[in-house]
Write a protein of this length. Structure first.
Length: 201
């Protein structure tokens, strides 16, 4: 997840933005590996790589001072698409428990939908919390591990154990983060509307 920098730029072509666009472009490749080639191990490896690069682009954005206005929108959008496509695909092939996948997808859809609606209503943008970042990291480990456990039978038990060890804390942290966003959303919606009112002629 990208951490907000005190300053941002209107530049479009930045290294973090290019990485994010490449991540989005790799989603069809993930689906092709999973459904077209039936290569679950390669699909798991790609999904894990896409999760890692999520944190790489944030690091680059902060340390190279390339936090951009486009990146603030593009990065979280890519994160949610990665979750929805990745978890949805894994749910279809049955590599992860259905109830677990549904809970993760429901949280992403609810939070993402609320963000879109409230932003259209005037809510000011806010950063992902530490709890949300930690939950995302855990889930980015969990789902590729579930998928890999069905593809590599020699290490299936170890991969499935890793999936649960990362997945349960990830699920708890992601829902806790969603609860902490509620008062922030209410406050930022009120502030955003007040700013619009003051700016109106």
């Amino acid at each position: 997840m990208r951490v907000e920098s005190p300053e941002s730029t209107n530049r479009i072509l930045t290294i973090p933005n290019v990485i994010t666009i490449v991540r989005l472009a790799c989603l069809p490749v993930f689906l092709w590996l999973l459904f077209g080639l039936d290569d679950w191990l390669a699909a798991a490896a790609l999904l894990a790589l896409l999760g890692i690069t999520d944190f790489v682009d944030g690091y680059i954005a902060r340390h190279l001072h390339q936090v951009s206005d486009l990146g603030k929108v593009l990065d979280p959008t890519a994160d949610r698409l990665l979750f929805i496509v990745g978890v949805g695909g894994i749910m279809v092939v049955g590599a992860a428990p259905l109830w677990f996948s549904i809970l993760v997808l429901a949280r992403e859809i609810l939070v993402g939908g609320a963000m879109v609606v409230l932003t259209l209503m005037g809510m000011k943008r806010f950063d992902v919390s530490w709890w949300g970042k930690a939950g995302t990291l855990c889930l980015m480990v969990s789902f590729p591990s579930f998928l890999a456990s069905e593809a590599v039978f020699r290490y299936a038990d170890a991969m499935r154990l890793l999936a649960w060890v990362a997945g349960i804390p990830g699920l708890v942290l992601s829902y806790y983060a969603a609860l902490t966003y509620i008062p922030v959303m209410r406050r930022n919606l009120a502030e955003g509307r007040a700013d619009r009112t003051r700016a109106a002629p």
